[in-house]
Design a protein around this ligand. Structure first.
Ligand code: PA5
Length: 468
């Protein structure tokens, strides 16, 4: 199991002003945590509670269909192109970056064990898209378009460009190069997929985008490039079982949720930094940032009171950001809690040769880079504590599918428990709608006349053309 070392958030290390008396706090919140965990598990099958992500580890049927499709297309494509944004891209990208051999897309087909290259297009920069389309042979590319709502402008505009090109290249056969992941019955992509006859996978009901990595949203791209999704499922199950424990002393997700909540509300440490010491885990931080920000940044609590709560997540990377952000973390405002992820055993061991023996870098010779990166992780944690900065370390025994699944599932449960502590709905995102509505108005989408008028009144922007 992954483990978390909390010693550097404790008042024993940081003192009363900056640290938490963990024994006291755990005891004080034990009933509240017990209730939160019980509620989550009690409600997970109820419609409209958005807790179906807690069941994704047990969906044998979906697992079978994903594996069957991946086996069916095995060897047929050189590339997989994932079109999706936010929760429809970040999880799969984090898993692929962690679990595929580094520089995967630069390896030969043999080095990739016959599996395709994989590209994620999660933005609408015209230069990036043009550049990618210039280098990709679309005929040999399987396009996995992923959108739960089926109408996200970024994803659908990309898809419209690519579908058009595919059809021009392949005629009626273009459908074989498309697999759509979307809602089972509603949304524009579902309607298009049904009409045009695409192969589809379903984003299950009551699973929000940022909690969808273990649905076909994440599992399909993983399986297409040969990631062992059975191992992923095993990791979820083991962690799910562990996190059913209602005793805060035995539930790491609840502990971490409470520590973050108290650091924010009692100590003013409202910024949560995610800093893995591993380049392979770089995108874990991006996924965490979305999960934490969209779930916990809320204007109203569950009773409708104006609260404007939410910790601010920040992505960092060790050791790289020791030369960028650590200065601020050590000496800036006392407003952060840093989450390190430390990989106990890397796949490779790399020794620094014993050269330059008569210089000041001779201490490096004969030591491994493995030792260096983990020494830097340990040293930074202690240095932060010296500066009275709370930090904790998540120990990942290895970077593999099993521990990645444990880590992601743990962070999902942690987020849900934090939502209970803040007494907010962690599963909606009303704050992203306003800008979306204005964009639709600017692009002339029918039904957004009200937003169009407000825009014109507020900033004098004239929306182009008629609403269509
Ligand atoms: O977590 C979320 O709900 C969002 O980040 C969505 O995943 C994102 O907006 C994309 O939505 P959709 O999958 O509907 O295209």
């Amino acid at each position: 199991m992954i483990k978390i070392d909390y010693s550097n958030v404790s008042s024993k290390v940081l003192g009363e002003e900056f640290g938490l008396n963990l024994d006291e706090e755990f005891a004080q919140y034990s009933n509240k945590i017990e209730e939160a965990i019980k509620n989550l598990n009690f409600n997970k099958d109820k419609q409209g509670k958005w807790l179906q992500w807690m069941n994704l580890g047990y969906n044998e049927e979906t697992l079978w269909y994903v594996k069957e499709y991946a086996a069916m297309v095995d060897g047929r494509f050189d590339n997989v192109l994932v079109l999706g944004i936010g929760g429809s891209a970040l999880g799969a990208r984090a898993f692929c970056n962690a679990l595929l051999k580094p520089y995967w897309n630069m390896l030969s087909k043999e080095e990739r064990n016959g599996f395709p290259k994989i590209f994620f297009l999660d933005n609408i920069d015209p230069d990036e898209i043009t550049g990618l389309l210039n280098v990709l042979d679309l005929k040999k590319t399987l396009v996995n378009v992923i959108t739960k709502s089926g109408s996200t402008a970024e994803t659908m505009s990309q898809f419209m460009i690519i579908k058009d090109r595919l059809q021009n290249l392949l005629g009626d056969d273009y459908r074989k190069n498309i697999v759509a992941t979307t809602d089972k019955q509603s949304g524009i992509l579902r309607q298009i997929a049904n009409e045009e006859g695409y192969k589809t996978f379903v984003v299950p009901d009551d699973v929000g985008g940022r909690f969808s990595v273990f649905s076909p949203v994440g599992l399909l791209p993983m399986a297409l490039v040969g990631i062992d999704i059975d191992e992923v499922i095993d990791g979820i199950k083991v962690m799910d079982l562990a996190l059913k424990n209602t005793d805060i002393n035995r539930n790491i997700a609840a502990q971490n949720a409470l520590i973050h909540y108290l650091m924010d509300t009692k100590k003013g440490h409202y910024i949560s930094v995610m800093m893995p010491y591993s380049s392979r885990l770089k995108y874990v931080s991006n996924w965490y940032v979305q999960l934490w920000a969209e779930s916990l940044g809320k204007e109203y609590d569950k009773e409708g009171n104006l609260v404007n709560v939410g910790p601010t997540p920040i992505a960092a990377l060790g050791a790289t950001d020791q030369h960028s952000q650590i200065q601020l973390f050590n000496e800036g405002k006392h407003d952060k809690i840093i989450n390190f992820i430390r990989v106990d055993e890397f796949d490779n061991e790399l020794e620094v040769p014993k050269i330059f023996e008569f210089t000041g870098v001779n201490y490096l010779g004969g030591k491994t880079i493995n030792r260096l990166i983990n020494s830097e992780a340990d040293a930074t944690a202690v240095a932060l504590a010296d500066f009275k900065r709370p930090n904790l370390t998540i120990h990942l025994p290895k970077v593999n599918a099993y521990y990645m699944a444990e880590l992601f599932y743990m962070l999902e449960v942690q987020t849900a428990v934090a939502g209970e502590l803040y007494n907010i709905d962690a599963f909606n995102q009303p704050g992203v709608e306003q800008a979306k509505n204005y964009t639709y108005a600017l692009m002339g989408r029918q039904g957004y006349e009200e937003s169009k008028h407000r825009l014109e009144e507020k900033i004098g922007i004239k929306t182009e053309g008629d609403l269509v």
